[in-house]
Write a protein that binds this ligand. Structure first.
Ligand code: AFP
Length: 282
């Protein structure tokens, strides 16, 4: 699996160059879940496909930008699922965006996820990698090389509230819950980019990121295999929790198709406890 992490570090530099220099316009098509595609989405997807398809460890590739599974090496051990450029709608605003990778050993599902990584393309490139049941490792690209940076660990409670989705489409219980956190003094930290928004909760030591079931997205907006599960593994490895709307561990989810979505709640223990009480789970 380390070879996969090393390749992620290499493609991070190439994707960063694309983000800085390439056109941020849209192509005519949409991706597998009907999202409009940037030329950048397609370019980053192709770059990652080329980087991994001949890796002997890789059995198959599943991309957010493609409908079908790409068979690679029949003796490969891992299925790599990835979101090549997460945050397409904020690239033109020059906000931080990311790429997300999930490494599955066997049919992709919560319990076959064995590794995860994400790249943050911000003022600096940062990468977080995690192997199941091991502490995450945070890297920062400094002076032409990756340095292991301060560890990521969530405390009992934080002060950040990253609340996704359109508020007009939230359920009443979600409105009450989110507003109660703000009334307690939580600060709104939400850019619309899942990777920087979750990275901020991790780096600041706690808080809550939520993308609930909404009237316009009853299953939430975020995709299980290549967005939600990799962050679930990293949040649990960092001492936090990651649950769905019914209070089930996201890492216990299975999917009926590669582009399935789920509501998701990521956070330190205090905020997750508050969520479970607000949703009548506890
Ligand atoms: P785009 O890739 O279309 O910008 O969507 C990004 C994303 O999938 C994820 O990165 C964000 O957390 C989420 O959408 C933001 O969705 P809302 O704008 O509905 O809050």
């Amino acid at each position: 699996m380390q070879k996969i992490f090393e390749t992620i570090k290499e493609v991070a530099l190439e994707i960063d160059t694309l983000i800085v220099n390439e056109d941020t316009g849209y192509v005519d098509g949409t991706n597998a879940t009907g999202d409009q595609q940037l030329k950048l989405d397609v370019a980053c997807d192709l770059l990652i496909e080329k980087a991994f398809r001949d890796n002997p460890e890789v059995l198959a590739l599943i991309s957010e930008e493609k409908e079908d599974v790409m068979a690679c090496n029949e003796d490969g051990l891992y299925t790599l699922c990835y979101d090549p450029l997460d945050g397409s709608s904020i690239v033109d605003a020059n906000l931080a965006v990311g790429a997300i990778f999930a490494i599955y050993e066997g049919e992709p599902s919560g319990d076959t996820l064995v590794g995860a990584a994400y790249i943050v393309f911000g003022p600096r490139i940062e990468i977080v990698t995690a192997v199941r049941d091991e502490a995450p490792i945070r890297y920062r690209y400094i002076n032409d090389g990756y340095q292991v940076f301060h560890p990521i660990a969530l405390g009992e409670k934080g002060h950040i509230n990253a609340s996704g989705g359109s508020q007009k489409h939230w359920q009443e219980k979600h409105i009450t819950f989110i507003h109660a956190l703000f009334a307690e003094g939580y600060r709104l930290r939400y850019s619309g980019g899942m990777v920087p928004d979750l990275h901020q909760v991790l780096v600041k030591g706690g808080g809550l990121f939520s993308y609930p079931s909404t009237a316009d997205n009853p299953n939430g907006k975020l995709r299980v295999l290549f967005e939600v599960l990799p962050f679930a593994l990293i949040f649990e490895a960092a001492g936090g929790q990651a649950l769905d709307e019914k209070g089930r561990r996201l890492l216990e989810l299975t999917v009926s198709h590669p582009h399935a979505r789920t509501p998701c709640f990521f956070g330190s223990r205090y905020e997750i406890d508050r969520f479970q009480k607000a949703y009548g789970i506890l």
